[in-house]
Design a protein. Structure first.
Length: 75
């Protein structure tokens, strides 16, 4: 868990530098999304339409945190 917190801090430190490049900004977004998915449990999942999937992620870092995630598939 300590390593996960360190990765979150590191991501925040280098994000400002790398966001100037479109390639790196997409890569950071993918890495942050994977980090969120791997460090959480999904307590709610619902398909709003065939292209929109809604999640609620529950995290347990130093405090209890829930985040609503909305994924849109396709164009």
């Amino acid at each position: 868990m300590l390593l996960l917190n360190a990765l979150v801090v590191l991501h925040g430190m280098v994000a400002a530098v790398l966001l100037s490049s479109p390639f790196f900004s997409k890569l950071l977004l993918l890495a942050a999304t994977l980090l969120l998915i791997l460090s959480s449990t999904i307590s709610f999942s619902y398909w709003v339409s065939p292209k929109i999937h809604v999640f609620i992620f529950n995290f347990s870092f130093n405090l209890k945190l829930s985040i609503l995630g909305v994924f849109v598939y396709g164009d």
